[in-house]
Design a protein around this ligand. Structure first.
Ligand code: UD1
Length: 417
């Protein structure tokens, strides 16, 4: 297993280009199943999760060509409607094939996703939505088996804001017979970008970017060419890299509108920015001010930046609190940050972070994707050497992170295991 070795306490400088968003690309890749023919996607990041989704689509029968950052998905010969355990157990987003397969082929067999490092992550909302659209669902031998003659529009009120359930229901409803009203939808930018793509494919959707989506089902959709939106979580991670090393860096190919809450928090913590069209320059601050954060659905503060902001707040001049209302157990990084001499305690879904003067390098272990990013950030600021093992987690969601950091002047190297 690969490791990162970081020699910390160095300033960063320069520019970094943000890659396409993994969490936008994954549902859009499965949306290609809704039409017969070739979908062409640009700005697709080279990440393990993307490779795994491509593998899953190939299992289903799609032909995939990934050249540079352009992916072509040809769904002409899809004939196997299953997401097997080996893939779903490695990538929960495999559940995104459920809606498209049901809508276009009337059947899907998807391995039931288990728990993961950030807690129990049920799929009840996905399944309920499919049932409300008329699918028959059975759970058997660890698989979700779903069938329908044709889905029928309905009114669905999600009990909780869920990115995945909204995406699945939306992809199913666009080919259902009649009208569907989706209420209490997630309105993350990745959902809006999926809805816009579906519209381009010929779907009739109103209310994009709001909590209520109105969908009029159509008989068929056509494949299109589209560009994946920039990754707001990668952008937020690089902003924290600059903040935690008190450096000036410019991040390009990003969308500041998608980062309003993290930017506001960074301002409160003591940093300021220059915003250009698709670039953000962050300047050094005087001291790191303590800050309380609560993760909530978009446009609130994203749970996917919680761990990275916690690394930054370990160095604040005072006490901060971080509450994760989305994944209440998402604190696996706390014990590892404490190994670097941070002072964090967790009670329920809230971490209390007492700022320390400096972090000290130590061997630590990455436990999940965003926790790994938090450890890299802490390692960049820590005095001495930090060795991070199990970094395969970070390869799931950050494209060439060490290369991008080296270009900014960080001393980080990958040791292949
Ligand atoms: C997506 C993102 C993930 C991010 C999360 C929250 C992808 C591939 N992943 O995950 O990076 O951290 O949104 O922004 O885009 N829930 C249920 N029942 C369900 C579904 C969800 O109770 O059927 C709960 C979850 O446990 C969680 C909350 O709803 O507490 C939100 O989860 P959800 O938005 O569905 O997250 P994902 O789509 O899995």
């Amino acid at each position: 297993m690969d490791k990162f070795i970081i020699n910390g306490n160095r300033k960063l400088s320069g520019e970094v280009r943000i890659s396409g968003a993994k969490n936008a690309a994954l549902p859009i890749m499965t949306a290609s199943l809704l039409a017969r023919g070739k979908t062409v996607l640009h700005n697709v990041p080279h990440l393990n999760d993307i490779k795994m989704m491509a593998h899953l689509l190939r299992v289903i029968g799609a032909r995939i060509d990934f050249d540079g950052s352009t992916m072509t998905i040809d769904t002409t010969h899809c004939s196997y409607f299953e997401a097997p355990y080996e893939l779903v157990s490695k990538m929960r987003a495999s559940i995104y094939v459920l809606g498209p397969l049901l809508a276009r082929f009337g059947q899907a067999r998807v391995s039931f996703p288990g728990g993961c490092a950030i807690g129990t992550r049920p799929v009840d909302l996905h399944l309920k939505a499919m049932e409300q659209l008329g699918a028959k669902i059975n759970l058997s031998h660890g698989y979700i088996i779903a069938q329908t003659d044709r889905l029928t529009g309905n009114r669905i009120n999600f009990a909780k804001s869920s990115v995945g359930a909204t995406a699945n229901a939306l992809m199913a409803a666009v080919l259902a017979e009649g009208d569907t009203l989706l209420e209490n939808c997630a309105r993350e930018p990745e959902i809006s970008s999926l809805a816009v793509l579906l519209q381009q494919m010929g779907a009739q959707i109103k209310g994009i970017g709001t909590r209520i989506l109105n969908i009029r089902g159509v008989k068929e959709l056509h494949p299109v060419e589209a560009t994946i939106i920039p990754d707001r979580i990668e952008a937020g991670t690089f902003l924290v890299a600059a903040a935690i090393t008190n450096s000036t860096i410019k991040i390009t190919n990003c969308c500041s509108e998608h980062l309003e809450s993290p930017l506001e928090k960074l301002r409160n913590i003591g940093f300021n920015f220059i915003l250009d069209n698709d670039a953000i320059t962050i300047n050094p601050g005087n001291i790191i001010l303590p800050q309380n954060l609560q993760t909530t659905p978009y446009p609130g503060f994203p749970t996917d930046l919680q761990a990275q902001f916690m690394s930054l707040l370990t160095l604040a001049g005072g006490e901060s609190r971080i509450e994760d209302t989305i994944f209440p157990d998402r604190f696996m990084h706390v014990a590892e940050l404490n190994r670097l001499d941070a002072d964090i305690t967790v009670q329920g879904n809230t971490a209390l972070i007492r700022g320390v003067k400096f972090l000290s390098g130590a061997p630590v272990m990455a436990t999940d994707l965003r926790a790994s990013a938090a450890l890299v950030l802490a390692g960049l600021a820590a005095q001495g050497t930090t060795e991070i093992s199990r970094i395969y987690h970070i390869d799931r969601g950050y494209e060439r992170i060490e290369e991008k950091l080296v270009n900014l002047g960080a001393e980080i190297k990958r040791i292949q295991g």
